[in-house]
Design a protein around this ligand. Structure first.
Ligand code: G
Ligand code: G
Ligand code: MN
Ligand code: NA
Length: 248
């Protein structure tokens, strides 16, 4: 309960802020977009990560208000700093997707923030789809019809991946970092086979691929040679406030 009232106070005092991790085109290192990742700028405890508070925020139901605040802030920041028109992705949980009017809320928020719908990509996990795949598909279909994209996050770690790939209106797929981090280990033949297969499948379905968690040059080289178009990770850039990426 103490934590819950702290979260309420944090909302009132605007202590949540988005950090942004750049998503690069691997061929030429151009920044194509940013993933927004929530941080809590706690007055005493410093910068907190989602693992420190998201579970409690979910259990108390406050996560929705917190997320909407973060989404709107992120869109506004991106609308202001738009050279090269990078896209923004944010992590949408099952809670949001349960609301049939999620797409309507997103559109209103985009209008307020002045960000073009085509510059927004929602990240959903396979876990969030298990709930009610049919209604999630409907929401994502309506979002796509107005230009908002969807990315399947953490791909390869969940269930029924293949059936979602062709039934959901996906613009992008994010290869989970577990596969990327196997790429430069000795005897990594199997994981490069898996990554190559994911790339072939996605490309056949006209879905762009983002590799997550790139930490070494060898991983990056392997991904480029396999034709992976985009990637993010500590090697290329860690999550940081927008002011770190764009001079204001
Ligand atoms: O840097 P990292 O610790 O940011 O993120 C850890 C996890 O927290 C990620 O898997 C991501 O899905 C989740 N996460 C990051 N930002 C948000 C957010 O704004 N809202 C929610 N609900 N989850 C987030
Ligand atoms: O679940 P999701 O994929 O949205 O979570 C992204 C998480 O990955 C965030 O916590 C982010 O800080 C973290 N992250 C970003 N780049 C790297 C990386 O290169 N290595 C690792 N281990 N984590 C990363
Ligand atoms: Mn993500
Ligand atoms: Na992910």
């Amino acid at each position: 309960l103490a934590m819950e009232s702290e979260l309420r106070k944090a909302l009132r005092q605007n202590e949540f802020e988005p950090h942004f991790q750049p998503i690069y085109r691997l061929g030429d290192s151009k920044v194509m977009g940013y993933e927004a990742l929530i941080r809590w700028n706690h007055p005493q405890r410093g910068l907190l990560r989602p693992s420190d508070f998201v579970k409690i925020a979910e259990d108390s139901g406050l996560i929705e208000a917190i997320d909407w605040r973060l989404f709107e802030l992120s869109c506004r920041l991106l609308a202001q700093h738009g050279p090269g028109e990078p896209f923004i992705t944010f992590n949408v949980s099952a809670l949001h997707l349960r609301h049939a009017d999620f797409d309507v809320r997103i559109l209103k928020m985009l209008e307020r923030s002045g960000l073009a719908p085509s510059r927004l990509v929602t990240e959903v996990t396979e876990g969030a789809l298990l709930d009610n795949p049919e209604s999630v598909r409907n929401v994502l279909d309506r979002l796509r019809s107005v230009g908002v994209g969807a990315a399947l996050d953490d791909f390869g770690t969940g269930y029924s991946s293949l059936s979602y790939l062709h039934s959901l209106p996906l613009r992008m797929l994010k290869i989970d970092r577990a596969f990327v981090q196997e790429l430069d280990k000795s005897g990594s033949g199997n994981s490069s086979t898996v990554v190559a297969a994911i790339l072939a499948l996605a490309h056949a379905l006209n879905i762009q691929v983002i590799a997550e968690g790139i930490e070494t040059q060898a991983q990056l080289d392997a991904l480029v040679s396999m034709g992976c178009e985009m990637g993010q990770g500590y090697l290329l850039g860690s999550p940081a406030p927008m002011s770190h990426w764009v001079a204001s």
